[in-house]
Design a protein around this ligand. Structure first.
Ligand code: MN
Length: 232
């Protein structure tokens, strides 16, 4: 049997120190996982816990190294926001995964951005509509190369930062997550059977804001390098 259209390419991520690659299955994201960010979005993190949403895997934009790449400003927004996030890449799947075992399922970590049409999201919130148009623009999930866990520790703390034109905009610490990476995996696995190839964008610290064409974003996480994007 033949495909009646060209096979859509599967997104595959480069791995630091290797010629091999990591094929992506699903992209899960956590919303409002840092208390200060929840507050800047007008929410009380004490009263409303974090939650999950998804992006399509083909919304990933691969940033292979430290060199800047062009990032396309998407159509249908006038308020396009950056959100720097630690990304966990799962090497093992499962259902109802105990929190104590959850980190054994992580193959690697990377620096990612959950780019968001904030104006579209604000309207979706107001009208109680889904977030897909806000969260799933083409290239709306830039991601750097994967850093395999093997031989190193899982990151429990470390600076997570974003600058625009070298001006600091977001500055947090991984230790400030409300749901830890292990909590996220355990909880997600009660909703879905998780599989190797799944990614989790683990939430953003405070300081989110808009970028414009012509600006340069740099997202960095201690121990996982930095990615640079020219917004075009
Ligand atoms: Mn986010």
């Amino acid at each position: 049997m033949l495909s009646v259209i060209p096979n859509p390419p599967r997104t595959a991520l480069p791995i630091v120190g290797s010629e091999d690659f990591f094929p992506v299955r699903r992209v899960y994201c956590v919303g409002r996982n840092y208390a200060a960010h929840a507050r800047e979005m007008g929410k009380d993190p004490e009263r409303e816990p974090p939650f999950f949403f998804m992006k399509p895997a083909d919304a990933l934009q691969i940033v292979p190294g430290a060199d800047a790449v062009d990032h396309p400003y998407p159509p249908r927004t006038a308020n396009y926001h950056f959100e720097v996030e630690l990304v966990a890449a799962l090497g093992r799947g499962g259902q109802d995964i105990p929190t104590a075992d959850a980190l054994d399922h992580v193959y690697a970590y990377a620096v990612g951005l959950d780019m968001t049409r904030r104006d579209v999201q604000d309207e979706a919130k107001r009208l109680s509509r889904p977030w897909d148009l806000a969260k799933s623009a083409d290239a709306s999930a830039p991601i750097g190369p994967l850093h395999p866990v093997e031989g190193r520790r899982h990151p429990m703390r470390g600076a997570i930062t974003l600058s625009v034109d070298d001006n600091p905009r977001q500055a947090g610490d991984l230790s400030e997550m409300i749901w830890s990476v292990a909590d996220q995996i355990a909880l997600l696995s009660t909703y879905f059977e998780l599989h190797p190839g799944d990614l989790i964008f683990t939430g953003t610290p405070s300081g989110v804001g808009a970028v414009e064409r012509g600006q340069v974003m740099q997202a960095a996480i201690e121990g996982f390098g930095a990615i640079r994007l020219n917004v075009v």
